[in-house]
Ligand binder design. Structure first.
Ligand SMILES: [Fe+2]
Ligand SMILES: [Fe+2]
Length: 276
């Protein structure tokens, strides 16, 4: 299966590069599945039902979120209506929405997408390790799903790597999101699971993690509340990972993808890690 996962889309600049680029990537890479993290798509804070529709129309099959999932209040009543929109599995039990979703491709193959959220330097969530362990036990790779993607939405690389090793051999891809900065550690773990600590954001990198840099810098220098953070509006970079899985559901290849904006572009090509 050929899978693309696009990192946190931030604001209008991020939406624009995603919507402009995803249809071409779908065709060029002959993608089976495109997953998009949309937690910052609406002005940097959350995602609206309308933006979800725009992403589906551009070729997204499934949208993951994160700690910002409910920043747009109209999503609270909407999330249970949309089976392709998920939030972290280990949010508190009274939270609307679901933490995983299963997709069936036209050829009958099934993909499970799970999202968990970390606890280091984050709010108080339930145990992501126990939640992921239970979900993977419930859905054995190869039996319950032909491929499994785990979105680990967390601040600390250590926590993300630990969750990657927990899932190694039982998921196709463990992909980190949330920090908005791409890491260079994409690889295939010993058990066959593709991993990257953070895929990076889809947004304007001439910014502080996607937000206009002047206000962001000022907030680090004074306790006086300043103007609201707003997304940077310059040319955005789409940051993603491309993964190919084999018949056993494990990864054969992982490649970083960066398109547009002022990060060095990495077009899909020979920059990845392979396993034969
Ligand atoms: Fe984010
Ligand atoms: Fe986040």
């Amino acid at each position: 299966m050929k899978i693309l996962y696009c990192g946190d889309v931030v604001g209008r600049a991020g939406r624009r590069v995603l919507i402009d680029t995803l249809p071409r990537l779908r065709a060029e890479l002959a993608l089976d599945i495109a997953i998009v993290n949309g937690e910052n798509a609406a002005g940097g804070f959350g995602i609206s039902p309308e933006i979800c529709q725009d992403f589906y129309a551009a070729g997204a099959d499934l949208i993951t979120t994160g700690n910002h999932v409910f920043d747009q209040r109209d999503l609270i009543g909407h999330i249970d209506q949309d089976p392709r929109l998920i939030r972290p599995l280990n949010m508190l039990p009274g939270t609307p929405g679901r933490g995983s979703a299963q997709l069936q491709l036209a050829n009958g193959r099934r993909l499970l997408v799970v999202q968990v959220i970390g606890r280091l330097f984050m709010a108080a969530y339930d145990d992501p390790f126990g939640a992921l362990e239970a979900e993977l036990k419930k859905h054995p790779l190869g039996a319950a799903a032909d491929a499994i993607v785990v979105d680990v939405h967390a601040e600390a690389t250590s926590e993300k790597m630990a969750l990657g090793h927990l899932a190694d051999g039982r998921a196709s891809l463990v992909v980190g999101s949330h920090t908005h900065v791409p890491t260079a550690d994409h690889r295939i773990l010993p058990g066959g699971t593709a991993f990257i600590s953070d895929v990076g954001m889809t947004g304007d990198y001439d910014s502080v993690i996607g937000m206009a840099k002047d206000v962001a810098v000022r907030r680090f220098r004074s306790h006086v509340p300043g103007p609201r953070l707003t997304p940077a509006m310059g040319a955005a970079t789409l940051c993603a990972v491309y993964v190919e899985t084999g018949a056993d559901g494990l990864a054969r290849r992982i490649e970083p993808v960066r398109i547009g904006g002022d990060l060095s572009p990495i077009e899909p090509g020979p920059a990845g890690a392979e396993r034969r």
